[in-house]
Design a protein around this ligand. Structure first.
Ligand SMILES: CCCCCCCCCC(=O)SCCNC(=O)CCNC(=O)[C@H](O)C(C)(C)COP(=O)(O)OP(=O)(O)OC[C@H]1O[C@@H](n2cnc3c(N)ncnc32)[C@H](O)[C@@H]1OP(=O)(O)O
Length: 249
């Protein structure tokens, strides 16, 4: 087996700094800190395209909400001095790890071709178009999500699993930032109103409470103007050791 404990340990050491996301986020966003948002070196990303930046597929509502939160990532003080604002945009790549754990439970083909589920197509607008923002003071994360035509479930509407994916993503990102490495243990979603395909919705998540290894997050999905409630959710994330995850235990 072309794999060694040393390689795993190196990967784990890199990932060990994942909880440094908190300190990363306390610094102003620059292209460098964007790449290291997850505490990973740039070599860990197979491509450096940041999928959370606007592209030609983003519609007017997606752009409006993006500008609304992005404009609060940096505020201009009197005298033109720029300061970090209450929100941080979270960058997003199509691969978190390039070198993790080949040979243990990933064969080489899977290892080289694996992609983050939500960023598995380079074709703008066809599936998950989204951007996440984090507010440290309010311990809140928002996601702006435009649902592409490949996500159809009921005719003309978004598949419930696709909606769940985005809820898992925005609640998971918040739990990760607040608690370090976690996995979803429970996701309890009430689907209130279907989401029209092609529309842009707002996902809001906030910390409910932390109890030992457990982080409880609540979340809702609304229409972009907030007038319609699509889902409400409670989620439980459990802290894990990354070395256990990489070793498959
Ligand atoms: C910026 C990019 C962000 C991207 C975010 C993407 C987010 C995506 C997140 C995911 O999709 S993760 C993948 C889906 N999740 C999994 O595959 C998790 C699989 N399950 C497990 O690995 C284990 O079941 C788990 C680690 C969740 C729990 O294992 P254990 O039960 O051995 O853990 P432990 O015994 O340490 O439990 C800790 C506490 O959690 C409680 N617990 C565990 N699972 C629970 C559950 N399902 N419901 C309620 N409570 C639960 C457990 O009772 C205990 O409570 P107490 O501390 O009060 O005793």
């Amino acid at each position: 087996m072309a794999w060694s404990l040393g390689r795993i340990c190196k990967s784990v050491q890199r990932l060990g700094s994942l909880s440094s996301v908190q300190s990363q986020l306390s610094h102003p966003a620059t292209s460098g800190s964007v790449r290291t948002m997850l505490g990973l070196p740039s070599s860990c990303f197979s491509k450096t395209r940041d999928f959370s930046l606007p592209n030609s597929s983003w519609g007017p509502e997606m752009m409006r909400l993006y500008k609304h939160y992005n404009s609060q990532c940096e505020v201009v003080m009197e005298g033109g001095v720029k300061q970090e604002g209450p929100w941080r945009r979270l960058p997003s790549y199509n691969r978190v790890l390039k070198y993790a754990t080949g040979g243990v439970y990933l064969n080489k083909i899977i290892q080289s071709k694996a992609r983050l589920f939500t960023r598995n197509t380079g074709d703008p607008g066809v599936a998950f178009e989204y951007v996440l923002f984090f507010n440290r003071e309010e311990q809140r994360c928002v996601g702006i999500f435009q649902a592409g035509h490949l996500l159809e479930g009921p005719p003309g509407h978004v598949h419930g699993g696709a909606t769940a994916t985005m809820i898992d993503t925005v609640t998971g990102a918040l739990a990760l930032i607040l608690s370090g490495p976690v996995v979803t243990a429970n996701l309890n979603i009430n689907y209130r109103k279907p989401i029209p395909l092609g529309s842009t919705v707002l996902l809001e998540s906030s910390l409910d409470r932390k109890e030992g290894k457990k982080t409880f997050i609540t979340s809702k999905v609304t229409s972009s103007d907030g007038s319609k409630l699509h889902t409400d959710t409670t989620a439980l994330f459990v802290s894990i050791s990354f070395s256990n995850l990489l070793l498959g235990s």
